[in-house]
Design a protein around this ligand. Structure first.
Ligand code: GLY
Length: 360
């Protein structure tokens, strides 16, 4: 079991990674929670898996939402907040999010706003949530106009990561998380990239020792980056490597055709091509990234999924765009991404054209 510290303006917290830690959660959380009633938020999958048992151990209710992005709305924030008020929460209460990114995001918005803020504990159950969304305090819900448009920075008081929970994940969900894991390797940690390449068989068959080491490494990277730049004023943007085209592709295809990780995988291919075209990324890096994505069965192209014009229009509306210009995260080398690059529009169009036309 390891504890990773995260600095935050709200006071800092630990990410505890440990196999089997899910069985100890009630004792750990209630030791810090005091006498105020706790509330568990889960979804219809993670409630029966863990949330209800944990709620029982805490003497709490388990509020369950339908699984999937369609629950990440203000309407579900209101329902969850009403249920928590009905359960008697006060300002000392703890909200425990048991689930993937959707549950964690929704719970973050509820915890940030209910009674002007209550304590939040994350128990991420998907690979993506364990290595990314549960760490760093970003919380948001969607509007009809777009994803993650209403939210806040809400640091948890603790994050508990149990890699054993990954064993039962559906394959596509696991792969989706692996795309973010690969992103850490490509953008921030060449050693992790090499480990993912050399230990692919163990990672793919979810060997717990290998998986735990990989999850620990990714949590440590994320903790380091968000501790240095919690509110994404600079360096934190490197975590968005591959996300500009990835998000646009998800939006252009109605969030149904590609998992988040598949879209990010294609987005990484586009970002890498842009880096090569502007002379920043060594050409060999593109080949290395493509080989790794391909070996894990992740796409580096999305043939005919959308038109280049659609994707470019959505890229221009990216949350990070300023005055119509999007700052790009590009690779200077394998394991070293840097944010804030200006790229001529024709270079972006060429890369998007390529990922939408290439057989991948
Ligand atoms: N998922 C990107 C970030 O937390 O900043």
């Amino acid at each position: 079991m390891i504890e990773i510290s995260v600095s935050s303006a709200a006071g800092g917290y630990s990410v505890t990674v440990g196999r089997g830690i899910a069985a100890e959660l009630a004792a750990r959380i209630s030791a810090d929670a005091g006498a105020s009633p706790a509330v568990v938020i889960a979804d219809a999958n993670t409630g029966p898996l863990l949330g209800r048992r944990l709620a029982e151990g805490l003497g709490a209710i388990c509020f369950e939402i339908p699984p999937g992005e369609s629950s990440k709305t203000l309407a579900w924030v209101e329902r969850a907040a009403s249920a928590a008020v009905g359960a008697g929460v006060d300002r000392g209460s703890t909200l425990v999010a048991v689930g993937g990114g959707v549950v964690g995001d929704l719970a973050g918005v509820v915890a940030a706003t209910l009674l002007r803020g209550i304590r939040l504990v994350h128990v991420p159950t998907t690979l993506l949530a364990q290595v990314d969304s549960a760490i760093g305090g970003k919380a948001a819900v969607d509007l009809p106009e777009g994803k993650n448009l209403v939210g806040a920075f809400k640091s948890p008081v603790a994050v508990y990561v149990d890699p054993e929970l990954l064993i039962g994940l559906p394959e596509r969900e696991f792969k989706s998380g692996l795309a973010e894991v690969i992103k850490y390797g490509v953008a921030l940690d060449e050693e992790l990239f090499t480990r993912l390449r050399d230990r692919r068989a163990e990672v793919e068959r979810r060997d717990l020792e290998t998986l735990t080491a990989v999850v620990e490494r990714c949590c440590a990277i994320k903790a380091r980056v968000v501790s240095a730049d919690e509110e994404e004023r600079g360096e934190r943007a490197v975590l968005n490597y591959g996300h500009t085209v990835g998000h646009a592709l998800e939006a252009a295809t109605g969030y149904t055709r590609f998992s988040h990780g598949e879209a990010i995988s294609v987005g990484m291919a586009a970002a890498c091509a842009i880096g090569v075209n502007v002379g920043l990324t060594p050409a060999g890096v593109e080949e290395q990234q493509r080989e790794l994505l391909d070996s894990y069965g992740l796409p580096f192209a999305a043939v005919g999924a959308a038109t280049t014009e659609q994707v470019l229009a959505l890229v221009a509306r990216d949350k990070k765009a300023r005055g119509g210009e999007v700052p790009w995260v590009l690779l200077e080398a394998l394991g070293r991404a840097t944010p804030g690059h200006r790229v001529p529009p024709d270079v972006v169009a060429q890369a998007v054209d390529r990922v939408l036309a290439e057989v991948g």
